[in-house]
Design a protein around this ligand. Structure first.
Ligand SMILES: C[S@@+](CC[C@H](N)C(=O)[O-])C[C@H]1O[C@@H](n2cnc3c(N)ncnc32)[C@H](O)[C@@H]1O
Length: 395
């Protein structure tokens, strides 16, 4: 396979294009409003006097810009900055046309329109109607293409108090790091898989980042460009409120703004009551099994966490949508590298092979070190990815 001008092979280029297309998903106004309301319900002053940067947001498309511009006065914002990514830096297949808003503006510059990003700022009433709203956004071309990693957008980040957006999904890790390294507050959308990235999980464990208040586990509908092609297996709604949408499963909000759901205690039964009354057949009449490789019990459902267990418990990732830091401590995660130094046993390659043969009756390797392992009648069973938690104040 030969490499092209950009140093990528043809296959890599296709992969990059697919990924890039996946980045063109636009968040719906109602989803933004619902999530922001959760922060406002908890602290109505949360945005007061704050500078908010929306670094992947062209007002022509972005409801983040619309929401914060329309609510500028009500939220008491100091400054709103929204930057957009240059048309030429987006996938060609999008065939992006310049808008009348831009081409009819006195600021229109043909030499920059496709290659440069734009910056929109809102601080004051420019129309003279004594209101500050979306009509008052002022804009100009950026020097570069608006890549969030550029020096000019990074400078805007440094000026901001809170970074909010739905970033390019393909650059999530880098984007989060870009915000965290500057020690800024954030509200961003991302794939739920990102919870298990070690950089993300460490922040979650240390209560520097948590999942948002809405939409966890349900999937979200995003507006997509008119020429968006659905996957052949897609069987969800294709239109909402007159716009073309695509449902993306397993996405959630990540934030460092507080919200009320985080402080609602999870109602739980004791270990004995779970064994007697649990609605889960895996727990009722059976109780909880200890892992072979962690000093912890396996709790397969968040609502089956025993209220009176003082040791470490392995719970599903979805626990995070119920996680209340006043009620639980997160001590780690079951994973290969033993980053949290909680493993009590590491399996050899021979053990992983033997476990595979015993379970699947054919040769292979069962990656037992990737999660918690239960042993039943001599048979090894690796459970799904687990977070390891303890009741707050437990020994
Ligand atoms: C998932 S979309 C979301 C857009 C908008 N934030 C919203 O929620 O409606 C991400 C946007 O980031 C843009 N983008 C991709 N790579 C970027 C980069 N390196 N820097 C800035 N923006 C980028 C994409 O073109 C796309 O418009």
């Amino acid at each position: 396979m030969t490499a092209n001008d950009n140093g990528r092979t043809k296959n890599e280029n296709l992969g990059a294009a697919k990924k890039a297309k996946f980045d063109e998903f636009y968040t719906q106004y109602l989803d933004i409003e619902k999530e922001m309301n959760a922060y406002l319900d908890f602290d109505k002053e949360v945005f007061r006097d704050k500078t908010i940067l929306l670094p992947c947001d062209d007002p022509e498309w972005s409801n983040f810009t619309k929401y914060f511009a329309q609510n500028f006065e009500r939220l008491g914002l100091r400054k709103l900055i929204s930057t957009s990514y240059a048309p030429d830096s987006k996938p060609k297949e999008l065939n992006l046309q310049l808008t009348l808003f831009e081409t009819q503006s006195p600021k229109f510059d043909k030499s920059k329109a496709r290659a440069n990003g734009k910056i929109f700022t809102l601080t004051r009433d420019t129309t003279g109607d004594k209101k500050i709203n979306v009509e008052d956004l002022e804009w100009e071309y950026l020097k570069g293409d608006g890549d969030f990693r550029s020096a000019e957008v990074s400078k805007l980040r440094d000026e901001a108090d809170i970074i909010i957006t739905n970033p390019p999904f393909s650059l999530f890790r880098e984007f989060l790091e870009w915000i965290i390294s500057a020690d800024k507050k954030l509200v961003i959308i991302g794939n739920m898989n990102a919870i298990t990235y070690k950089e993300t999980f460490r922040l979650i464990k240390d209560n520097k980042l948590w999942v948002g208040a809405t939409g966890f586990n349900e999937g979200m509908y995003f507006r997509v460009p008119d020429n968006f092609m659905y996957a052949p297996t897609y069987k969800f709604e294709r239109e909402r409120d007159g716009v073309k949408v695509n449902r993306v499963p397993g996405v959630c909000w990540y934030t460092s703004l507080d919200h009320g759901r985080r402080h609602e205690p999870l109602g739980l039964m004791t270990e004995q009551d779970n064994i007697k009354f649990s609605k889960h057949k895996e727990v009722k009449g059976k109780g909880y099994q200890k892992y072979d490789n962690y000093d912890a019990i396996e709790v397969p459902f968040t609502d089956a966490i025993p209220a009176d267990y003082s040791g470490t418990m392995g719970v599903p990732i979805s626990f995070l949508s119920k996680y209340n830091p006043d009620q639980f401590d997160i001590v780690g995660m079951c994973e290969n590298e033993d980053l949290y130094e909680l493993k009590t046993r590491k399996y050899t390659s021979a053990e992983c092979k033997a476990a595979y043969l015993a379970k699947f009756k054919k040769p292979g390797t069962y990656d037992l070190n990737a999660s918690g392992v239960l042993v039943t009648d001599g048979q090894y069973e690796k459970v799904y990815q687990r977070i390891l938690v303890r009741h707050k104040g437990a020994a």
